[in-house]
Design a binder for this molecule. Structure first.
Ligand SMILES: Nc1ncnc2c1ncn2[C@@H]1O[C@H](COP(=O)(O)OP(=O)(O)O)[C@@H](O)[C@H]1O
Ligand SMILES: [Mg+2]
Length: 280
């Protein structure tokens, strides 16, 4: 079932300049429950602007967004509730942190959602533990490292039990171990609880590893949507989008051009290794 439907969305920053370009230029797509979606495209292609629409933070100039079949722009739609259901962790988490201690910051959303103080703080502590940062609970968010701030911002969104979790470049600036931990965590949320994941990234090798759907943006338009193994091996799409192919896709092309039979649907690291060990 579709959880989010975007229809003919358009948005420009400078509304009063007729010659200015649309940052989002007639975008349509569907996201199903349990999807793990990567949004890719070169800088300035509209990725961040797009996700700022998905929880109602930005209002489109035209077009519609349906969350569970309800138009979020209709008068009787509860936008506050959408913010709980559709949690966004922005690229610069410092803008999302404002309380004096980490635990206060995380509990803020839970309290706003209506949990009692005890429940909100218990749940916040559980989430901090899940992210391995419970020792930071009494710290001031502003004194933390970039990676830690990002985890706190994530905790503040996660504590609200959202149906959709959205991240803007979550892996930027994370060390390799933290990156793998982060992806495994959101993968397990996706698998165990069916949480829909939408994230922006430049790391296309990881898209093959984790995502089941990828949306390619170029100059505010969607130029392709599909399974990562189809989209990321498509020379024309990758060229059009000015993106470099991930290694798995390069290996696939290199070997098929040499006459080897490689299954395009099996490009994850383990699968490629498996295919390679079978080659003679
Ligand atoms: N706050 C802003 N004011 C004016 N223009 C903006 C603003 N934010 C982004 N833009 C413009 O909108 C377009 C899309 O930007 P953005 O959504 O940030 O792309 P991406 O996240 O893919 O790098 C770019 O041309 C960018 O310059
Ligand atoms: Mg961006």
């Amino acid at each position: 079932m579709s959880i989010l439907e975007v229809k003919n969305l358009k948005y420009k920053y400078d509304k009063y300049d007729d010659s200015s370009k649309y940052a989002i230029d007639d975008i349509s797509f569907n996201i199903d429950e349990k999807d793990f979606v990567a949004i890719i495209g070169e800088s300035g292609s509209g990725k961040s602007t797009l996700i700022s629409h998905l929880n109602g933070l930005y209002k489109a100039d035209s077009g519609e967004i349906y969350f569970k079949d309800k138009n979020i722009y209709s008068k009787d739609f509860d936008l506050t509730n959408l913010r709980f259901k559709c949690g966004v962790v922005f690229q610069y988490p410092e803008y999302q942190l404002f309380s004096e201690t980490v635990i206060d910051d995380v509990a803020f959303g839970a309290l706003k959602k209506g949990l009692s103080k005890d429940e909100a703080y218990d749940k916040s502590y559980e989430v901090l533990k899940l992210l391995g940062i419970e020792h930071l609970k009494d710290e001031t968010p502003f004194n933390l490292s970039g990676g830690e701030k990002r985890k706190v911002a994530f905790a503040g969104v996660f504590v609200m039990n959202p149906d959709i979790l959205i991240f803007d470049e979550p892996d930027a600036g994370l060390d390799p171990t933290s990156k793998v931990k982060f992806y495994n965590l959101i993968k397990s949320l996706n698998e165990k609880f069916g949480t829909t994941i939408i994230y922006i990234t430049h790391n296309l090798d990881d898209v093959i590893e984790y995502a089941n759907k990828v949306i390619v943006l170029k100059k505010g338009k969607v130029i392709k949507i599909g399974a990562p193994c189809d989209v990321l091996t498509d020379l024309k799409v990758m060229n059009d989008a000015s993106l470099d192919m991930p290694y798995a896709a390069q290996i696939y092309h290199e070997l098929t051009s040499k006459g080897y039979n490689i299954d395009k649907r099996k490009l994850k690291f383990n699968e490629i290794v498996e295919s390679l060990t079978r080659l003679k």
